[in-house]
Design a protein around this ligand. Structure first.
Ligand code: BEZ
Length: 252
């Protein structure tokens, strides 16, 4: 299943928390050094790639979404951005580090991605990642499942992978990487606006609900919002139950 067509401006306005809340992943976990070559897998709007470049690293950002590249290039001229499918990385021992924030959960199946990452790293090179972990956006997943059932519509498998710490460590080890550090944590995340839940499901869930007609999608989103409201609406805003999983792994 393809991810939705991203709109860079909407992403920046509505989902800025995705890169704002992961600045420490760059500065504390990755700690880019001048002259290092770093591959940023799934750069999004390119904000974190730019932080790495400001540290003096030479950064290549790749993303499968062609719709984001123009905005990223215009905003961050110091970074090279390319459209690329992370399942087919063709690099061999070229990077000091590979970095990924909030992108790997879109990249099912993960083994091919981690095999390519492992090949791309120089010996001693590191992978630093953050992605949705076990339990991520569970209320939204339950809400959509409930809505589909209630409306008599077929089950739709969601497009994401949210591994447990143990499952992720196993995948990284299978790719030949040594896991040095992991962390799973909750990050309740504000979805701005009264329509925050609908907007999230409409944009991130666009590919997931694509087999439905326009009218069915609208009904599913309405029904799912009603299910989610007692759990995620705090009286003034929507707060989604994000769970993050971080890892630092090294190519021996
Ligand atoms: C996340 O960052 O956890 C996420 C974003 C979009 C869809 C699913 C999960």
């Amino acid at each position: 299943m393809q991810p939705p067509i991203w709109d860079a401006e909407q992403y920046r306005q509505r989902h800025a928390f995705v890169f704002q809340s992961s600045q420490d992943l760059v500065h504390d976990w990755l700690a880019p050094q001048p002259g290092e070559r770093i591959l940023d897998l799934g750069y999004g709007t390119g904000e974190l790639s730019a932080r790495m470049a400001e540290c003096g690293a030479e950064v290549l950002g790749t993303d499968s979404a062609a719709s984001m590249i123009g905005a990223a290039r215009a905003s961050h001229p110091r970074v090279r951005f390319e459209v690329q499918d992370a399942h087919h990385l063709a690099y061999s021992q070229e990077f000091s580090a590979v970095f990924s924030n909030a992108a790997l959960h879109w990249m099912k199946p993960l083994p091919a991605v981690f095999a390519g990452v492992s090949r791309a790293l120089m010996p001693g090179g590191r992978l630093v990642l953050e992605m949705g972990g076990a339990g991520n956006v569970q209320v939204t997943l339950d809400a959509a499942e409930h809505a589909l059932q209630r409306l008599g519509l077929p089950e739709l498998a969601h497009p994401w992978v949210f591994p447990s710490t143990a499952a992720l460590a196993g995948l990284l080890e299978d790719a030949g990487l040594r896991v040095e550090r992991t962390r799973w944590f909750e990050r309740p995340s504000l979805l701005p606006g009264e329509d925050g839940f609908r907007a999230w499901l409409g944009s991130f869930g666009g590919g997931w609900l694509a087999p439905l007609s326009g009218e069915q999608r609208r009904e599913v989103v309405r029904e799912a919002e009603a299910f989610a409201r007692p759990h995620l609406w705090n009286g003034s805003g929507w707060v989604s139950d994000y769970c993050r999983l971080r890892a630092l792994a090294v190519r021996p």
